[in-house]
Design a protein. Structure first.
Length: 747
């Protein structure tokens, strides 16, 4: 198989994206192979690099992570976990057999309720004549969830349903078959391997019994469990007439209300399995657990949704809302004579956008008295009134954006002045390059967000008028009104509209923050501006003017080895990736996007428009091509950086050294007993650790790179795509890791 080589780097000072051929030296390519027997001594066959022979080297165990997904089952392993080992006398990794990595659960759901007499129990239920309770199986839905060890998308099971057959009904005394669920288990002592596994159980029997009860599963738990829903702990929190209304005004129909637990709820009954971990304070409990009053770790529900409802659509219904069913974890309440349970809850009230009313958050202490008798109502009225400021309905305002095309490249075909990198010609050998487009101006964007904040001016008067005091949201305000416009769905070719409110009738105008988000590939920065909206505003006058991004230019080449020979790699159609780093915890989050990726041409040259900032950068060969990922480096592309050169009003930054694709280390692993359809996403968890430039930048930490979901850095993936690697028929997989990183585990 011919392998394209390149020794002499092209001049990187050139601004144009070189489209002409460059000087190359045709070395002998590495031999092709179908298996290891086709390769020489100390060589092995790399299917990951196009079936060529590469050196056999021990993998960098300390830097490797594996996100393994087999259907519903997912497990995350480090190269140094006890679940991963090296084959005796070799360098292939062996992952512990699936049946030792997975816990099997069987869950049944039942409801227990108090009765006055056993005669009050329904058919098919079991009565406890001493406790005077009835227990019967209950339809329900089950979901398992856990935070990712590696700062990826959280682990989550598909929703499973426990169903009581009705056609035909089960024979007397026979229970429905349990729900089978599978979940990972770890021997690793790393704290993240033991973060809370949360089980959500939502019963669906009847209309007044749908609050979700949650449980946390101990590490060594597996087997069969009966999940008991205590009916008296299900409370319906409803709003009486006028519960959701405008301050001194009308009721608010159709508003969504979400109740969120605002404090840890660590009842010992929330734990499934063996005796939970003892604790003296919160620090002794893993993430997702809280220290209970009993001195043991149990489920921490802080920030978890407790229930939702919607205010009545018809204003004639009085502005109340039907019950939001909330599980109160009242199992420890032994008699109705004790003080009522009091839960601290956040309430998020989100009115319909067409009302022009902001979304407001409230912090309430809600008492839940215990029902005095088994047949008493479990409905509880919301304490207080949720008032919203008396803002006017929105009206339609027109707007537009405009920017000057930017020169990205030149060739014999002309100058490529474009709105995005999509205009650049393909570099495929069998495709005729497309000529430059004729573009006079650019009007594109991805999303435009218009946001205004509400601050309560007179909290004392607000309270005296019977309104619940609002809490502070994440922006430090009491409320926010937000409208989003999608360019593709809601705009014409050049013009857009948005519906905005000017606030209270007496306001002279209301300030909005406008955030115009540009997609990856656009030559323009995402834009933020301030505008004023009053009752007479029909448009914002002049268009929002777009500024150019930094044009990052450079080249991907093959690194030279220590003896001066060239690394086996192919840089043509290679991938360059950059991700924005957070350089200060005090800085306000900028607009995205934060991860950019682009392709090189046949000579390895690339141009990539990025937002100004500090980035981590790397390169990859195309999927299935020889070579490994380039080392990770930090790149300063802030406006004041010495790398930035202004050319015709456009900031350009040219790499002073090319991105060098190393030969890499071929990693091979066997997944014993896994299904052949299993996929694996490999991660680099530490090849950068010995580089002094990364001091203070842990790419595994949630706050190191900017992103919308508080996860680890995307650039840790070892392939230029988020698609997983499929297993070979032998249950093995292969990929190429960086040469950086230790091959030894331990201190």
């Amino acid at each position: 198989m011919p392998v394209r080589r390149h020794r002499d780097a092209l001049t990187l000072a050139a601004l144009g994206l070189a489209l002409a051929a460059c000087s190359t030296i045709a070395d002998e390519p590495p031999p092709e192979c179908e298996d290891d027997q086709d390769c020489g001594e100390s060589l092995i066959c790399s299917f990951a690099q196009g079936s060529i022979c590469v050196p056999e080297v021990q993998p960098p165990l300390a830097s490797l992570g594996f996100d393994i997904r087999e259907g519903e089952f997912r497990i995350e392993l480090r190269g140094c976990d006890p679940e991963v080992s090296l084959e005796p006398g070799g360098n292939e990794l062996r992952v512990r057999s699936r049946n030792r990595l997975a816990r099997e659960f069987e869950f049944s759901i039942s409801t227990i309720r108090d009765v006055l007499l056993c005669a009050d129990c329904e058919a098919g239920s079991t009565c406890d004549p001493i406790a005077l309770t009835c227990k019967q199986p209950t339809d329900g839905e089950l979901d398992l969830g856990q935070n990712s060890r590696f700062g990826l998308q959280s682990l989550a099971s598909p929703t499973k349903t426990y169903t009581i057959p009705t056609e035909p009904p089960l024979p007397e005394g026979e229970l429905p078959p349990p729900v089978n669920m599978v979940w990972p288990q770890y021997d690793s002592e790393e704290a993240s391997a033991h973060w809370a596994t949360q089980l959500d159980v939502t019963t669906v029997e009847g209309g007044d019994n749908r609050g979700t009860m949650r449980r946390v599963i101990a590490d060594d738990s597996e087997g069969s469990f009966d999940l008991v829903n205590t009916l008296r702990c299900q409370r319906g929190l409803y709003g009486a007439d006028g519960a959701v209304r405008v301050y001194k005004g009308d009721v608010v129909p159709g508003a969504n209300l979400e109740f969120v637990y605002a404090e840890p709820i660590a009842a010992p009954t929330t734990t499934i399995g063996s005796a939970p971990l003892a604790c003296s304070d919160q620090l002794a409990c893993p993430l997702g657990w809280a220290c209970s009053t009993a001195g043991t770790c149990a489920l921490d529900l802080t920030g978890v949704s407790a229930g939702t409802t919607t205010s009545f659509d018809d204003p004639l219904d009085g502005g109340g809302f039907p019950p939001a069913w909330i599980y109160t974890y009242c199992e420890s309440l032994s008699s109705p004579n004790e003080d009522p349970i009091e839960l601290e809850l956040f309430v998020r009230v989100a009115p319909l956008p067409e009302t022009g009313l902001p979304q407001v958050v409230y912090d309430i202490d809600q008492p839940f008295p215990d029902p005095p008798s088994p047949d008493s109502s479990r409905l509880v009225a919301l304490t207080g009134v949720l008032c919203l400021p008396p803002w006017q309905p929105p009206h339609t305002i027109g707007f537009s954006v405009v920017g000057e095309p930017v020169e990205l490249a030149t060739s014999e075909l002309g100058s490529y002045r474009c709105c995005s990198t999509d205009c650049l010609p393909t570099q495929a050998d069998d495709v005729v390059p497309t000529p430059p487009p004729n573009v006079e101006s650019c009007t594109s964007f991805e999303t435009a967000r218009f946001s205004t904040l509400w601050f309560l001016d007179d909290a004392q008067t607000w309270g005296l008028d019977g309104c619940t005091q609002p809490a502070l949201n994440s922006e430090g305000a009491n409320g926010r009104y937000l409208r989003e416009v999608d360019k593709l769905e809601q705009c014409s070719e050049t013009d857009c509209t948005v519906d905005l409110t000017h606030g209270e009738q007496a306001e002279a105008g209301r300030a909005y923050t406008v955030s115009i988000i540009q997609p990856v590939g656009s030559v323009f920065r995402s834009l933020q501006a301030q505008v004023e909206v009053d009752a007479e505003t029909l448009d914002f006058g002049s268009p929002f003017e777009l500024e150019p991004r930094v044009l990052l230019r450079g080249q991907i080449v093959c690194a030279e080895t220590t003896d001066g020979s060239e690394t086996n790699c192919n840089f043509a159609n290679g991938v360059v990736a950059v991700e924005r780093l957070r350089v200060s915890t005090d800085e306000v989050d900028p607009l995205g996007p934060f991860f950019f990726q682009g392709r090189s041409d046949a000579q390895g040259q690339f141009v990539l428009p990025v937002e100004p900032g500090v980035y981590v950068i790397t390169g990859y060969p195309a999927i299935g091509q020889p070579g490994g990922p380039a080392p990770l480096q930090i790149l300063d592309l802030r406006s004041e950086s010495a790398m930035i050169t202004m050319i015709d009003g456009v900031p350009n930054a040219t790499l002073d050294q090319p991105i060098e694709l190393d030969e890499g280390v071929l990693v091979r692993a066997l997944l014993k007993d896994f299904d052949v359809n299993t996929g694996v996403a490999p991660l680099d968890l530490g090849s950068w650790a010995s580089d002094p430039a990364f001091e203070g930048f842990d790419l595994n930490a949630a706050q190191t790179c900017y992103n919308a979901s508080a996860r680890g850095c995307v650039i840790r993936r070892l392939r230029p795509t988020d698609a997983s690697i499929s297993l070979l028929l032998s249950k093995r997989f292969q990929f190429t890791a960086r040469t950086g990183g230790s091959d030894q585990c331990g201190p």
